[in-house]
Design a protein around this ligand. Structure first.
Ligand code: ZN
Length: 412
């Protein structure tokens, strides 16, 4: 698939700080330790609706990971998928009497536009599920042959499922107890009660053809892939095993990331799938999680249409920590707009305070599990000084502007 346009990232003077991130599997903040190339996989959208602020918050969090690694001189191999075939897409197309392919293309195009507007650096590989079907079926065949997957005992629909005990490590990524896993599996698209499965937690790998549904011919018979194996294979085939960060929203901790890891580890016999599992919090509106099922979505494209500066959206979302569940409010956006105005006014001055210490603080905060609330306060302090007429360094405003651009992705 076509990725989206990039923006140049300025070099920042001074000393970069190695990035530390909270790892869900370890339950603590640990250093990321990429080699010359850092591997990043972030789960992409299922393109049946426009990008809402919950999505935006997730992709912005991982954009900061990307940027801190670039600052540290790593080449970043960023891979993202598009789940351009799955039940929600087919259901929405059916509801709206739309063609599922056209719906997917339209929403993917809008997502790219939103990402460009938000200045999210693009993935190097932007990969659709449909275009990956040959590599996915090859992996599922391998799992079957290795005894890690099985066909359900159903003559009409012999779908293929993953044996969740295949690696002996199921649960290590989420750290959830069995009852939580069962609860979330049922809540988040799993089918614990499907007759013929060996265990309720076994996840779908290949759904055999059903009348009226799209399907693809393969060595497994005609059908379509499950969601977890899609990400597992797309990541593994481009980043290898033990890549640096597997990311997504916190609603992907289980069953999605647990299964993606288990599938890949069963395929390769190697552990871990990713060195860090990193999850962004949920964005709420009016006291509830922003989600399609609740119908309380604020779309990035709608804000753009209302002439909201996407840089103010960035600042509003960065005012909270990426891991915390937080509310989107008009007041939060107004504060983002106000802050952006002050930063821009300060960055346009001919002289200002020397930015060296502020840039060092910015790096300290961001390298500490992306502490954006503190990072924003550090820039506020510089802007306040500059706007008060203190400081006569002619390079202060330009140095600060470059650092805010490179490290926070904000164009002043
Ligand atoms: Zn995924």
């Amino acid at each position: 698939m076509q990725t989206w346009a990039s923006t140049p990232v300025p070099r920042v003077a001074g000393t970069p700080r190695p990035l530390r991130l909270y790892d869900t599997a370890a339950g603590e903040v640990r250093p990321t330790a990429p080699g010359s190339t850092a591997g990043l996989y972030v789960c992409g959208i299922t393109p049946y609706d426009a990008t809402h602020l919950g999505h935006a918050a997730t992709y912005l969090a991982f954009d900061l990971v990307h940027r801190q690694w670039l600052d540290n001189g790593h080449d970043v191999n960023y891979v993202q998928n598009v789940t351009d075939i799955d039940d929600p897409l087919l259901e929405r197309a059916e509801r709206d009497q739309d063609d599922w392919v056209v719906l997917g293309m339209r929403e993917t195009a809008l997502f790219r536009e939103d990402m460009v507007a938000l200045r999210v650096l693009p993935p190097r590989s932007y990969i659709g599920a449909v275009e990956s079907i040959p590599e996915i079926t090859e992996a599922i065949a391998k799992l079957l042959a290795g005894g890690h997957a099985y066909r359900v005992d159903d003559a009409e629909h012999p779908d293929i499922y993953f044996d969740h005990t295949a690696t002996g490590r199921f649960g290590y990524e989420s750290q959830y107890p069995a009852e939580t896993m069962l609860e979330l599996f049922a809540e988040r698209g799993g089918d614990p009660d499907r007759p013929g499965k060996r265990h309720p937690l076994d996840a779908l790998l290949w759904r055999v053809e059903r009348p009226g549904e799209p399907s693809w011919e393969s060595e497994l018979g005609a059908g379509r892939p499950g969601w977890h194996v899609e990400c597992s294979v797309i990541a593994l085939n481009r980043l290898g095993t033990a890549f640096d960060v597997q990311g997504g929203g916190s609603d992907l901790v289980f069953p999605h990331h647990e299964n993606s890891a288990a599938h890949a580890e069963a395929l390769t016999g190697e552990h871990p799938f990713a060195r860090h599992y990193v999850h962004a919090g949920m964005i709420g509106l009016d006291g509830e999680k922003m989600s399609k099922s609740k119908g309380n979505l604020v779309f990035v494209s709608r804000l753009r249409a209302d002439q909201v500066d996407p840089m103010a959206v960035r600042l509003a979302l960065f005012a909270g920590h990426y891991r915390s569940d937080r509310a989107w409010t008009r007041q939060l956006l107004d504060e983002g707009i106000h802050r952006l105005g002050r930063w821009r006014d300060a960055a346009l001055l001919d002289t200002g305070p020397t930015a060296t210490d502020t840039i060092a603080r910015l790096r300290d905060h961001l390298s500490n599990d992306l502490d954006t609330p503190s990072a924003l306060l550090a820039v506020d302090a510089w802007a306040n000084e500059a706007l008060a007429g203190r400081g006569s360094d002619p390079t202060g405003p330009t140095d600060l502007r470059d650092a805010v651009d490179a490290l926070l992705g904000i164009d002043l």
